[in-house]
Design a protein around this ligand. Structure first.
Ligand code: PLP
Length: 491
């Protein structure tokens, strides 16, 4: 895909791969030996994996034997919650976490609740912080594990991890922290934090995706999540993702060598961004901590706006942002984090997360501010069609043109309406010239946001009768299951 201008402000979702890491991965790809093999080729790869482990551990001041590689933060979180629960179930069945954790913690806790465990989800204040007294009160004789994230992915709040760990250890309870958003953004030292387990992930720190790590004090045991091999000290079976691990090692090395200096730049970009927006949109509000949080995470409430529409319009200008965490982006529910810090559903639906990273520039920020201003003062208003309104009389009407701009993959999962024209969502521009201007166009995407982007493009090209299907094809299917069955392709 080519963009006229690309501004990436979604660094909490994932980051661009560092050039040095890219180079390292490219040079490593030819080494395909299996680290478990006895021959030299395998030994070479095995050595590279151990070198990576050295850097990845050093990044958080751990020892190499205290680190196992996983497929990412999600797996590391699952491993610890399920692994401790399984090992200590005779001792107790109570786990404490917070209400603003990542879905890989919340949904794993929900799974454990179904297995008979009890979970306390601590609330947070408007700054996204738990109350330590409340934590102490929540502990009971059956508590086996406390898991509280170091930094939040949506609003950037940073918990007092050292203090939480003191409380946990004072009661002889294990403590895990999900530090996926903290590593690379604030100094992380497992020795001073005194945590038993810590999760982190490569793709949030300019390394490749699909690889992460779990730190564990070697004295603290947990049951395997993945059985089936001697790899990773018998704690995680399966042939290692060697390419990912080598990339993760390199990104850790770069971070150790270069330090976290770029955070100063991120801090000043944050001020520039906030101050410039306030100049033309004084009603903007910062969700989460004003100070003391992650500099790069800026969650803003633009009252009376629709965040999905805004994110789609920013996307139209090549600016990548998000309405919440990448893992919950497709969900229709308002962000659980924003609701937890006290926002109404409506305000959560008017909030956007901008996450600045080490490659962000002053130019990016200035461009984004300019475009935000244009969008907020926008005269081009799109029209919407509710899913209820897309009925048989429209489907069969020759004056209407239904444009399905979902991906081929999405169309395989949910078949399109037979009458709809199918447009490649990555190449909409190429087809726009072929669209007759006299038709009533209805743009249909999966969840309603990509169609806003396309609708905006059409409007700018002079198409006057354009409507976007609200909530996308999935909402329509849920509301009209009968029409869906009657009019989908292949029927
Ligand atoms: N924990 C937090 C706080 C995150 O932000 C994320 C990813 O967004 C994860 C865990 C999951 O990490 P991964 O994408 O490596 O599975």
């Amino acid at each position: 895909m080519k963009f006229k201008r690309k501004v990436y402000l979604d660094n909490n979702a994932t980051t661009q791969i560092d050039k040095k890491v890219e180079k390292k991965i490219k040079s490593f790809v030819k080494h395909y030996g299996n680290p478990s093999s006895m021959h030299l080729m395998g030994k070479y790869t095995g050595d590279m994996v151990e070198t990576a482990r050295k850097y990845v551990s050093e990044l958080i001041n751990a020892e190499p034997e205290e680190i196992i590689f996983t497929s990412g933060g999600t797996e590391a979180n699952n491993t610890i919650l399920k692994g401790v629960a399984s090992l200590l179930k005779e001792k107790g069945n109570h786990i404490i976490t917070s209400i603003i954790e990542h879905p890989s913690i919340i949904q794993t806790c929900e799974f454990l609740e179904k297995q008979g465990f009890q979970v306390t989800y601590l609330p947070v204040n408007s700054d996204g912080l738990i109350d330590l007294n409340e934590l102490e009160r929540a502990i009971n004789g059956k508590t086996i594990l406390i898991s509280i994230m170091t930094a939040n992915n949506e609003v950037g709040s940073i918990q007092d991890i050292k203090h939480i760990s003191e409380i946990a250890h004072g009661k002889n309870i294990l403590f895990h922290t999900d530090a996926v958003q903290a590593v690379g953004k604030i100094p992380i030292d497992v020795k001073t934090m005194d945590v038993d387990f810590l999760t982190y992930s490569s793709h949030k720190i300019y390394g490749p995706k699909g690889v992460g790590a779990l730190y564990f004090k070697t004295s603290k045991k947990f049951e395997n999540l993945i059985h089936g091999g001697h790899q990773e000290y018998f704690l995680r079976g399966g042939t290692e993702n060697t390419i990912g691990i080598i990339g993760f090692g390199e990104t850790a090395k770069v971070m150790i060598e270069e330090g976290l200096e770029y955070n100063n730049k991120i801090k000043s970009l944050r001020s520039l961004f906030l101050n410039s927006i306030k100049e033309f949109f004084p009603n903007v509000k910062v969700n989460g901590p004003l100070t003391g949080g992650l500099f790069g995470t800026i969650n803003l409430l633009f009252p009376e706006t629709d965040n999905k529409r805004m994110v789609a319009l920013l996307d139209y200008y090549g600016i990548c942002t998000s309405t919440g965490s990448a893992c919950s982006e497709g969900e229709k529910e308002a962000s659980h984090v924003l609701k937890a810090i006290g926002l109404s559903n409506k305000d959560a639906g008017s909030s956007i997360r901008f996450s600045i990273g080490k490659y962000s520039t002053k130019k990016d920020i200035k461009y984004s501010v300019r475009k935000l201003k244009e969008i907020l003062n926008d005269k081009i208003s799109l029209q919407y069609l509710s899913p209820e309104e897309l009925n048989e009389s429209i489907i069969l009407n020759k004056d209407y043109l239904l444009l399905d701009i979902r991906s081929n993959f999405q169309r395989k999962l949910t078949k399109p309406i037979a009458k709809a024209e199918l447009l490649n969502c990555f190449k909409t521009d190429e087809y726009f010239n072929a669209i007759p201007k006299n038709k009533n166009i209805i743009l249909i995407c999966e969840l309603g946001s990509n169609a806003v982007n396309a609708g905006y493009k059409l409007k700018k090209r002079g198409f006057s009768n354009v409507k976007v299907l609200l909530g996308g094809y999935l909402s329509w299917k849920a509301i009209h299951p009968d029409l869906f069955r009657k009019y989908i392709k292949d029927n």
